[in-house]
Design a protein around this ligand. Structure first.
Ligand SMILES: Cc1ncc(COP(=O)(O)O)c(C=O)c1O
Length: 394
């Protein structure tokens, strides 16, 4: 791809491989390991990541939309692709045509699948154990069993639920434990199908890793009720959803670095302002760098006058309102004694790793500055930001 604007997201496939290995080493016997690559692999590029994950031995991939599944198939991805979002009759036909695996959350979806089925369709069955979003009530388990047992058109492969607050998974009386107990209970009824269950997202998986490392988990803890399958998202991209203490459990490596350059400089006198609305005014003679990335690229406007970037080995503040295509940095301290001519078009790191060994976390942008979440920061990186892949992913 030709790039005329030096703004891009660097995606480090070696870091992805490292994070996957962390999981594979921690859960060598997991019945199911399904990295979630919905939403363009959390902004990292789903086709490239899917191909890398396949090489790493991953056999299942999770998407939300049928469209996402189709584009993976069209790109030649062979792994089993689970579609977690809803579908109608037409969607059911597409799912079959492209050999995607539907996650069924409603009676209507079951009807569509049966109506469209020409052969026995494999599917996973979702139960709502507290998320309040998608899935059958556990109280419908018997009725579902009756519908699916010896059903020639639909082949049940697994049961699942989605954890809504898996940070608390270590607590035996927490919401996650309650959710896992409910799914386990349902799975006892479905025993004749000889299937497995999946439930652990990043927080669930990391909490289980914590417990096992610290050997402080009782045999009958819900995390150990059965060999739960995993659907990790955030952690494969190198971030932990847990707080700092629990995070030490494994060293994840952030996969995405968002970069641009200092494309030109402005010299401000005391009292002069920067950007729309003049929300930042120079209190000293200041050097401002103009950086060609803005909210249309996913750098949220709410970060105006709130966040930092890395430049010339310094953390420098974003000043003035973030524009659609640009943002401005106060680089006064970072350029003291430097030849500005040499710093023109020098790298600016919005988050991730700079080339001088510095790191700025997407989580920090999310938490401290915009009350967002790391998931949102990553998935916001816009379509017009090219992704550049580094590393072999081996
Ligand atoms: C159904 C489902 N499973 C797993 C995940 C992965 O969650 P996380 O990114 O927290 O690991 C998601 C993410 O939203 C999801 O919707």
């Amino acid at each position: 791809m030709e790039i005329y604007r030096k703004t891009f997201a660097e995606i480090n496939l070696d870091h992805l491989a490292h994070n996957i290995r962390v999981l594979q080493n921690a859960f060598p016997n997991a019945p199911f390991m399904c990295p979630m690559i919905k939403a363009n692999a959390y902004g990292h590029g789903d086709i490239q990541l899917a191909k890398c994950l396949e090489k790493l031995g991953i056999q299942h991939l999770g998407v939300c939309l049928i469209e996402e599944g189709l584009s993976l198939r069209e790109a030649g991805v062979k792994a089993e692709v689970l579609v977690f979002g809803g579908f109608d009759r037409e969607g059911a036909s597409k799912i079959m045509q492209f050999q995607l695996t539907p996650v069924v959350s409603s009676w209507e979806q079951l009807d569509h699948l049966e109506a469209a089925a020409t052969t026995s369709v494999p599917m996973h069955l979702k139960f709502d154990t507290g998320m309040g979003r998608l899935g059958f009530s556990p109280s419908e388990a018997q009725k579902l069993f009756d519908r699916l047992w010896q059903n020639k058109k639909i082949r049940l492969k697994a049961l699942l639920t989605h954890l809504y607050q898996a940070d608390d998974a270590q607590a035996e009386d927490g919401s996650t434990s309650a959710q896992l107990r409910q799914l386990h209970q349902v799975s006892l009824l479905f025993k004749p199908f000889q299937i497995f269950c999946h439930a652990l997202n990043s927080a669930g998986a990391l909490n289980l890793m914590c417990c096992e490392r610290e050997k402080n988990i009782k045999e009958n803890h819900p995390l150990l009720l059965q060999n739960w399958g995993l659907r990790p998202g955030l952690m494969i991209y190198g971030y932990s959803p847990l707080d700092a203490s629990a995070r030490q459990i494994c060293d994840l490596k952030p996969v995405m670095t968002l970069k641009s350059v200092a494309s030109n400089f402005r010299f401000m006198k005391i009292g002069e302002s920067v950007s729309y609305g003049g929300t930042w005014t120079a209190k000293r003679e200041s050097v401002i760098a103009v950086v060609p990335i803005g909210y249309a690229d996913g750098y949220h406007r709410i970060l105006s006058n709130q966040s930092f970037a890395l430049f010339n080995g310094f953390r420098v503040p974003v000043v003035g309102n973030v524009c659609m295509d640009y943002l401005m940095l106060d680089i006064t301290d970072a350029v003291k004694g430097s030849d500005l001519g040499l710093l023109k078009n020098q790298e600016v790191t919005l988050f991730g790793f700079d080339s001088q060994g510095g790191f700025l976390s997407a989580e920090e942008l999310a938490k401290k500055n915009s009350h967002s979440i790391t998931w949102e920061i990553l998935t916001s990186v816009g379509e017009r930001v090219p992704r550049i892949y580094t590393g072999s992913g081996a």
